[in-house]
Write a protein that binds this ligand. Structure first.
Ligand code: C5P
Length: 240
């Protein structure tokens, strides 16, 4: 079985309030989307990676990925208006022989190869799998600005990415959603809504934060620099 990853980074990232789209923000001159791609490059079970980048940035990102020796990157394609459109374009551009598709948020740069592997392993048993976390916070419903009764905390699962699917099922679900004009914020919801398939959660044991707010870049600066350094060291080994 072959596995491909689609890394979506075509959102504007308005909450980050940077002067470029979030995934093009650079750490030591490496754009976030290439930092996010690195653990997939390092994961032996991933055969190909498609990057979905802000329209107009594709050729720069493709050339930088070559310079960094990220040779699993098969294509860099533009995103769409909705995240779902970006996912659809990414999946369409995976090599035809790919059986499983992983979808990953380009803003989750701290994903580790071990968690990616765990998601892929479960795809042998389930058609849809997501990396997930229990919520440590108590959840309430925000009704008219007040905290009203919400679901019990121990019944909740926070879906992260990567989310993995049998590729043909995901393509079918994306097409059904398009035909029915349904929009979802992640592919696990989409699959459940249009194909009645519930995903199996794999619980992450490493932090897998989505860089979202301006303070995140400062707060995670040491970890971001360490990751950029690893990518540069990888480039050195590829050119030796
Ligand atoms: O908006 P949200 O935080 O859920 O976005 C998750 C990921 O989806 C981000 O990495 C973002 O760049 C990507 N995205 C995209 N195309 C869009 C909207 C979001 O690739 N139109």
């Amino acid at each position: 079985m072959t596995c491909g990853a689609v890394i979506v980074g075509a959102g504007r990232g308005e909450r980050l309030a940077a002067d470029v789209p979030k995934c093009l923000v650079r750490v030591e001159d490496i754009p976030l989307i290439l930092l996010a791609a690195f653990p997939f490059q390092q994961c032996a079970e991933v055969d190909a990676v498609v990057l979905v980048a802000p329209s107009g940035s594709e050729s720069v990102i493709a050339s930088e990925s070559k310079d960094l020796g990220l040779d699993k990157i098969h294509a860099v394609v533009p995103g769409g208006v909705r995240r779902q459109d970006s996912v659809e374009n990414g999946v369409k551009n995976l090599p035809p022989a790919i059986d499983y598709a992983l979808i990953h948020d380009g803003a989750r740069v701290f994903i580790d190869s071990r968690s990616i592997k765990k998601v892929i392993a479960e795809l042998a048993f389930y058609p849809a799998v997501t990396l997930a976390a229990f919520t440590g916070d108590t959840m309430h419903q925000n009704l008219n600005g007040l905290c009203q009764a919400g679901p019990a905390r121990d019944t909740l699962i926070a879906a992260q990415t990567p989310q993995g699917f049998k590729r043909d099922l995901l393509e079918k679900a994306l097409q059904r959603a398009r035909d029915a004009n349904i929009t979802s914020t992640d592919e696990v919801s989409l699959m459940r809504q249009v194909s009645n398939v519930a995903a199996y959660p794999v619980f992450s044991d490493a932090p897998n934060v989505k860089l979202t707010y301006p303070g995140d870049m400062n707060f995670y600066q040491p970890q971001l620099s360490a990751l950029a350094k690893q990518v540069k060291e990888f480039r050195m080994t590829m050119t030796m």
